[in-house]
Design a protein around this ligand. Structure first.
Ligand code: ADP
Length: 160
């Protein structure tokens, strides 16, 4: 069974992420979306909340699982017996960072391969931080994130 792990902060999950998840689910037997804990970053949503939001928007994909992990991605991969890291690439600006991460992960565990999927052109400008900025100033986020989580984002930003 070919398992791919799709790591990120997903604060919150966007339609760009969901597009990669849906396409990944067609290529791999199983995709595990993993919300990685980043101690340096305080997010809009807590880790468990991000997991719940991703679960909600991926409920129709039987071969997608959602989890969180606090530690090195390669250690999570070993636990899951997964050897493929799935990543999305939006622009040249993503490249340098992703290139570095891919080489580092391969150095930490030579069994691990990172595979990149090009973003859907429609979502190439989309990031979680852009969604948060737009929502903060009252802009419309419909089409940027799944409809089922719009209310959660807006009420969290308003501090409710
Ligand atoms: P961000 O906070 O930048 O939205 P994450 O750290 O949660 O992103 O990203 C997880 C992964 O999803 C990364 O591989 C990132 O390149 C990818 N990704 C994020 N947004 C998009 C998008 N719009 N299209 C394709 N891939 C994306």
């Amino acid at each position: 069974m070919k398992i791919a792990v799709y790591p990120g902060s997903f604060d919150p999950v966007t339609n760009g992420h969901l597009d990669i998840i849906a396409r990944g689910a067609k290529v791999f037997d199983e995709v595990i979306v993993v919300v990685l804990v980043n101690v340096d970053k305080k997010g809009l949503f807590k880790i468990d909340e991000r997991v719940e939001l991703i679960k909600r928007v991926t409920k129709d994909y039987p071969n997608v699982k959602v989890q969180s992990f606090n530690g090195l991605l390669v250690d999570f991969m070993r636990q899951k017996k997964a050897t493929v890291i799935l990543k999305g690439l939006r622009a040249v600006s993503d490249f340098e960072y992703e290139f570095q991460m891919a080489l580092m992960n391969n150095k930490l565990d030579p069994e691990v391969e990172t595979l990149f999927m090009m973003t859907n052109a429609e979502y190439s400008y989309l990031s979680s931080s852009a969604v948060k900025q737009v929502a903060k100033f009252g802009g419309c986020i419909r089409g940027l994130v799944p409809d089922e989580i719009i209310v959660d984002i807006i009420s969290r930003i308003k501090g409710e």
